[in-house]
Design a binder for this molecule. Sequence first.
Ligand SMILES: [Zn+2]
Length: 534
Amino acid sequence: MPAAPKLVVLLVVDQMRGDYVDKFLGQWSAGLKRLVEEGAWFRDAAYPYAATETCVGHATISTGAFPATHGMVANAWWDRQDKKMVTCTEDPHPGVKNIGYAGATPKGADTAWRMAVPSFAEELKFQTSGGTRIVTSGHRANAATWFDGGAWVTSSAYGTQPFIEEQAKSHPAKADFGKTWSLALPASAYWYDEKSLGAVPPEGWDLTFPHLLGGKTGADDTFYEQWASSPYADTALTELAEKAVDALDLGKTPGTDFLAVSYSSVDYVGHEFGPRSREIQDILVRLDQDLGKLFAHLDQKVGRGNYVVALSADHGVAPIPEDMQSTGADAGVVHLPELEERIEKALEPFSYQKPAVAQTRGSDVYFAPGVYDKLRQDPVAFDSVRDAVLAQPGVAAVYRAEELRDRPATDSPAQRAMAYSYFPGRSGDLFILPKPYWLMDGTPLGTRRSYGAGHSEPYNYNQHVPVLLMGFGIQPGQYFEPITPADIAPTFAALCGITLASRDGHVLGQALKKPFVPAQPMRPKSTSPVASSP
Ligand SMILES: [Zn+2]
């Protein structure tokens, strides 16, 4: 066995809840099943922090740190200086811009420059000298691409790759125009009613199978939304990952290469149809097939046992509130515009500027400049605001920034979760904790919600995700210790013999083969004289 894996593969399934493995494992026959049977299955893995969102989860998995350390506190936050919302990947540096493959002309400029600590992949490249190649999106990658507005896109910060151009031209998404998504299994195999309650399907689809990828006027935005919400998107991504392995000869250098693939369709489908839907069950059956093909490709090209795989998710998902309500449970929607109105009204008797709230975003309330400093000296006005917020249906608690800063010791799991998500400058001034099964929603009052299910609140349905490890150095089995997805990067680091600067996670030593021998240095022995210590 080599001293270190030839290739590290990180698979992130967007919005895959931990219990999907428990529920649907019996229906899988390929890649997902293989991860469970040949790998280490951590059955009690959960994010310990509050902000269960895409950008936050990806940053946590790739760095091994929590948002309080890596600074990616949400998909988007209020920029107090520029007085506008910024997305976590938005890069304002002059000269940085997104580049489209196959003639596409994407908008914007996206990189990982806002991430405050390097990713595992960057550390791997920096600390070893084996010519590591990185295929992912991170600070510095050899190849990074994502799908946006009907095309494969990258950033000028990463540059382009001929194999992606080739794939974008030979198998564009629009080649799937006119195809249908039908159930893969007999109807009796599905757990839930055909029409999931409260679902909001993409335009052009109703709540029953089959779903036609027909767009409105051809291969238009409606079609690309349908495509992204279908198994065809995951299949295209799998093909692209296989092309990357071949084109870049991943796993063939003297060092360790890195491949990260993020599957997004489960997230689209989950938001639209909710976790209790045939669509979720079916898209996982399809993903199982895609992952089976990917592993077979890696077995052939890199060699079984020469690569290590981790699969996890960036967050889970809550049931659709209307679906939950139908069981008689206490569930609903915390309307953020209503919350803002309540705060403004509570401050009316006091002399504060209007509006006093600059922005609400998820749990975070950002006040206009100076307002929060004034409120902190003004307990009567502050109590008025807090009481108004607590009077809103679905609100369980309110935290102030001072209660979360510097991760204070606390017995409250909710406060601890909020503190792990707090990053000075980017987080809000006040933080709203909703009750379980209540969804924080920013839809303007009087407008219909554009999605069915959501996530981002600090409850287990959002925090519990799979962590599955397989391959080089991994001891198969089921593990019940509570762990977090931040443990993946430190475990990879241990397998590759490198050190992460700022991590919150731990090495999953229980799942490493015994005796565990740390990786040997990959630098070829130098024949030139080396200065020795006195
Ligand atoms: Zn996500």
